[in-house]
Design a protein around this ligand. Structure first.
Ligand code: ATP
Ligand code: MG
Length: 794
């Protein structure tokens, strides 16, 4: 038997340091086996990793006689056996087969050559966790220890490097259920609600189509809409080839809002779903309100939502045809020029003094004038011989009808204003009631889809087409989409803009489409949200927070994660040398490294954490860094603990001196926090992070007794000016738009590159995108939505 001194000598020859050698020698049997192992295989000086495996082999041997142990030692030295588990399995085999043990079988038993990449391991763990999702959601953080044991038993993971499990599980759990909160302090019985949540989630996974169900699913097929003159249908179908033809007809007098996105989807989407065509038709019959910016913005928003008009037309393209039909209406005895004032018309319509209908209706004296007379008057109107209000062309409808839409509507009015497309050619302009149905007819619309406030207009729509003997499209009405907790009216938004309360029509707190886009909301999120609401004939009132949670669900599946810190504090690690860099591989989206990839973040001597992640003392519900309470840094193998804290005169922490706990045994931290290294290339400074909250306090700002301006939320925009983000932001920015598709979704819109497509989830903070106020030397971010619904209500 060798003396301890001889053993230490032998061990140091192969590379063990004195400390380790002494430790090994404390166990007689193990040290004896280690000496035998070294001698029988003539082991030469080798690296730390292999030494530790040789030590493991000695521990397995425990002084016993193991005939073919050299097989194992060789495999360790030439690097085939890489982990303790492999050594254990190899040993088991060799020990049990002292006569016949051979390399081939040993390798097979110990998984030699089975290489699992980090992302393989992550994928398998994710698979396992997805399968146990409801359990994890119920038990939350208390499940983590048993989870660690369970994944080790997954056959596919048998040969994975075991030190990978812990950080992967930690970040996947964080991803799945969010950071620790009060639920992780006191374990409440939450089973029931969790079950329900799981069920609603399942329901949401089955994507329904608004185009095949409900209002749109029940619409007629092209050619099935009734006609007074069936021969007109033949001509119509010759043109359309039985395809669906729809139109989206905005008035270019304002910016589109969230409600319009439903109209866009209903019209463009229904046509597309059925292999048909949709026009973008600017309903530009009111030159007073129209402006070039609105035309441009409307086209841009339709494109943003992923739709392409079959043709872009204008009601004004048809002014000549419309005029001819107006003359035809007069010739048919169905139109007359009227000189009554607005007051007189009201009285004729039976409008009572209190403004309600129900009085006696009567015809005006102009109604009975001759065709020739009306024709002459109409031409005088056209020639500019009347001023605004002095004459109108009215349709001779049916005063006996119960519908106000049949009480001799105005078809043309005098307006001596130049039109942006027709210049000063016209002194008269057609009304909506005259124009809309006729242009639908000219354009061979098969389904004229509009909102329910036009319900009564259907009768006059059909009346006019029939009287003029033109193809009669089918007008059908669906319910509007309203968002509560905000305002959509042009006039009110204009007030907010003009008074400088918001940053413009595209302020991210508004619900114009320009604003929603600037806020960073992906267009696909809007479409899938509207799709899940479905289309019916009733108005849909939706709280803004519900829209937010649909956006959040969409972003969760499509955005990479980065580490960003709003209010940084520097941490300096005392036991790491200057220039220390430990590369930590961090997936852009845990569990989805195939689509998103990973990046390497250097763990350095100096880094930043958020001020809110440090406290001077700990408490039962506080899990982050405090003296005596180490914390984990996302994906960094060991914890850091507080050694000292530097404060300024005001008591504000300016620096935390920390210890990197890589020298003892690993202890599970209570939680993990995000961090950003301080190095030559990191961090990237964010000049402004704008945290946008609800603009109004109540669900119905317009109902405020003193007006909606008195319902403003004082904290609707918070700005952080010291924020920092890790350098991988640059990569995300360069690769934008990522256009990550959602499997099984109809709404994977390919976005074009633009500032706001630079989106990411800042771990533990929220979803963010770049704002258009950014420039080459200024980075501005908007918060798109919070990570969880609750925090938005605070
Ligand atoms: P607003 O009065 O809200 O400004 P609007 O009706 O004047 O809107 P238009 O330009 O006429 O705006 O709208 C174009 C199309 O969009 C119309 O068919 C209209 O019915 C539809 N639309 C407008 N608001 C909504 C809404 N909230 N939900 C669904 N469709 C809408
Ligand atoms: Mg309108």
């Amino acid at each position: 038997m060798a003396s301890e001194e001889e053993l230490i000598n032998l061990f140091s020859k192969v590379g063990f340091n004195d400390k380790k050698s002494k430790e090994v020698c404390k166990n007689k049997k193990v040290s004896q086996s280690l000496a035998e192992i070294i001698n029988e295989s003539k082991v030469e000086e080798t690296d730390e990793k292999k030494l530790s495996l040789l030590h493991a082999l000695a521990v397995e041997s425990k002084g016993g006689d193991v005939p073919r142990r050299e097989l194992i030692t060789k495999a360790i030295i030439d690097g085939r056996l890489k982990t303790n588990l492999q050594v254990t399995e190899a040993f088991k085999y060799v020990k049990e087969n002292p006569e016949t043990a051979n390399n081939e079988t040993m390798e097979e038993k110990s998984g030699v050559g089975i290489e699992l990449s980090d992302s393989d391991v992550e994928r398998e763990i994710k698979k396992y966790m997805e399968a146990h999702k409801s359990d994890i959601e119920t038990k939350r953080y208390s499940i983590v220890p048993s989870l660690l044991g369970d994944v080790k038993k997954v056959p596919e993971l048998k040969w994975a490097k075991p030190n990978l499990f812990k950080p992967i599980i930690d970040s996947l759990v964080l991803e799945m259920i969010g950071p620790k909160d009060e639920r992780d302090v006191v374990k409440k019985e939450k089973k029931k609600s969790t079950k329900k949540q799981v069920e609603t989630k399942k329901e949401a996974q089955i994507e329904r189509s608004m185009f095949s169900e409900g209002f749109l699913g029940d619409l007629h097929k092209p050619g099935e809409n009734p006609q007074k003159y069936p021969e007109l249908m033949k001509e119509h179908l010759e043109f359309t080839k039985r395809k669906v033809f729809t139109r989206f007809p905005p008035e270019p007098n304002g910016y589109l809002h969230i409600g319009h996105s439903k109209a866009i989807m209903v019209n463009f989407g229904y046509a597309k779903y059925n292999g048909g065509n949709c026009y973008l038709r600017f309903d530009d019959t009111n030159p007073e309100a129209e402006e070039e910016v609105y035309f441009k913005s409307i086209e841009k928003m339709i494109d943003w939502l992923g739709y392409e008009p079959w043709k872009v037309t204008h009601s004004s393209d048809y002014f000549d045809e419309l005029y001819d039909l107006a003359e035809r209406l007069i010739s048919l005895g169905k139109g007359y020029v009227c000189h009554c004032t607005a007051e007189e018309v009201k009285a004729q319509r039976g409008l009572k003094e209190d403004g309600t209908l129900g009085g006696e209706r009567f015809a005006c004296k102009h109604r009975s004038r001759s065709v020739e007379d009306s024709m002459a008057e109409f031409r005088k109107m056209k020639n500019g011989e009347y001023k605004s209000g002095e004459a109108t062309l009215r349709m001779k409808q049916d005063l006996e009808s119960p519908s106000p839409q049949m009480w001799d509507l105005v078809a043309y009015r005098v307006l001596n204003k130049p039109h942006h497309r027709t210049g000063d050619k016209w002194k008269i302009y057609p009304t909506y009631d005259f124009t809309h149905c006729l242009v639908d007819s000219f354009e061979n619309i098969s389904h004229s889809l509009c909102t329910t406030e036009f319900r009564l207009s259907r009768e006059s729509y059909e009346w006019l087409c029939d009287e003029l003997h033109v193809y009669r499209p089918a007008q059908r009405e669906y319910g509007r989409l309203n968002i509560t907790g905000t305002i959509l009216s042009k006039r009110k938004i204009a007030k907010l803009v003009n008074e400088g309360i918001v940053r413009g029509w595209d302020d991210p707190r508004l619900y114009t489409l320009e604003a929603i886009r600037r806020r960073g909301v992906p267009p696909g999120a809007i479409l899938s949200f509207i799709n899940t609401l479905g289309v019916t004939t009733s108005t849909t009132n939706i709280q803004a927070v519900r829209l937010d949670s649909a956006i959040r669900a969409f972003l969760d599946q499509t955005t990479p994660r980065l580490m960003m810190i709003l209010d940084p504090v520097e941490v300096e690690v005392e036991n790491l040398p200057e220039g220390y860099e430990e590369m930590v591989e961090v997936p852009y989206k845990p569990g989805d490294t195939v689509k998103f990839g990973t990046r390497k973040v250097p763990f350095t001597k100096r880094f930043y954490i958020d001020r809110s992640d440090y406290r001077d003392s700990t408490s039962d519900d506080y899990f982050r860094l405090a003296p005596g309470q180490p914390v984990g840094l996302i994906r960094v193998p060991f914890n850091v603990s507080v050694k000292d804290v530097v404060k300024d005169d005001a008591g504000k922490v300016t620096k935390i001196i920390a210890h990197y706990d890589n020298d003892g045994t690993f202890k599970k931290p209570k939680t993990y926090i995000q961090w950003v290294p301080k190095s030559a290339s990191s961090p990237i400074k964010v000049n402004e992070v704008r945290i946008q909250n609800q603009l109004f306090n109540s669900e119905n700002p317009s109902a405020h007794p003193d007006g909606f301006l008195n319902d403003l939320n004082e904290q609707s925009e918070e700005i952080y000016r010291d924020a920092i983000v890790e350098s991988a932001f640059t990569e995300i920015k360069e690769k934008s738009p990522l256009n990550i598709p959602i499997e099984g979704s109809e709404f994977n819109i390919k976005e074009k590159p633009s500032v706001e497509t630079v989106r990411f989830q800042a771990l533990r903070v929220g979803y963010f995108c770049m704002d258009k106020d950014s420039s080459a030397d200024k980075l501005v971010l908007n918060r798109i939505v919070t990570l969880k619904e609750d925090s938005s209500k605070n």
